[in-house]
Structure formats: structure tokens, C-alpha cells
Design a protein around this ligand. Sequence first.
Ligand SMILES: [Zn+2]
Length: 195
Amino acid sequence: MPESLKKLIDIISFLPWIWEKTATKLAFFLLKANTSYINNFANYLQKIKKEIHECKKCYAYTDSKNEFCPICKDSSRDKNVICVIEDYLDLISIEKLKIYNGIYHVLGGAISPMSWIWINDLKIKELLQRIENNDIIEIILATNPNIEWEATAMYIRENIKKDITVSRLSKWLPSSGYIEYADEITLINSFKGRS
Ligand SMILES: [Zn+2]
């Protein structure tokens, strides 16, 4: 196999959930694809890295540079309730339910000493500042049910200095499941049963 093709397979294999066999098939697909598709694909990958930004308030992804995301800008959203999530995919899952009208805070992961992810690697300090500086009445910790998130949720709870409601999604969430994969009814029940 030509070295350049091996290199392409290596690059594709770096993607999560892609095993070598799939990477090889994708590499051959790209090799046979027409030039305009390949050019579009390559250009768009570069473009999206430049055009997608984190919201300055909640750290969700947005197209607007130096601006807030559509949810933070939406005057009909309840700015007194913050739902704390691990990443942007969780926001998409929750928004699909159409049962939550508050705002979000994307932490960017969970505390995980095993993976060398510490408090300062996440947007925890920023969350605590938002709570301190704004009229927040409730924080919903929509965190995934695993050890890393237990530690993260505990740290957040212990460091909130104001007297506000701090709720967790109820145990409806299957212990093996992540928010991203939970079905809609489970998530709706989990939101309603938060405590
Ligand atoms: Zn935002």
C-alpha cells in the first residue's frame, strides 16, 4: 500500500469510534471521490475551525465571534436557572425535549484524575462566577451518572456560596447511560423528577 494512503488511514483512525477496517474503507472512498467533493470537504474542515466559537457566557458553540449564543441572547429564556452540562451534545439532547426554558453552562468535561482532567481544565470557576454575579435561583446539575461526575457535582455544590436550589437529574437516568444516549422519555422524567 502506498505510504500516503497509509497516512490517510492513520489520520482517519484517529477519529473516535472508527476502527482500522472502517478507516480503510473511508480512505478508499475518499480516494475515489470526485475532486470537488474532496476540495469542499477539506475547505470546510478548515473553515469550521475558524468560524465556530464558544459563547462568552455559557461556552456552548456559536457562529458569532465575540458574541453570545442564540440561547443566551434569547430574551424569552429564564436567565435565573442554569443547567450545567458536560458538553454541547448534552445541550442538543436537552433542547430537543422542549421542556427546559432556562440557560446553560457547558463545563467541557468532568474532573478525572485518571485522564489528568482537573478543576482548572473545566469551566467550573466561570460557573461559580456566573452564580455569584447574577440573580440565579436554581442550578440543575445535568451530569452523567459516573464517578467523575459525582466528584464534579460534589465540588460544584460545595463551592456555591449563595443560598440557591441545586438539583440533580433524578435516578431515572439509567446508570450505564449518558445524557446523549438516553431516550427522550427517560430524560423528560429525569428533568421533572430532579431533586
Ligand atoms: Zn451562551
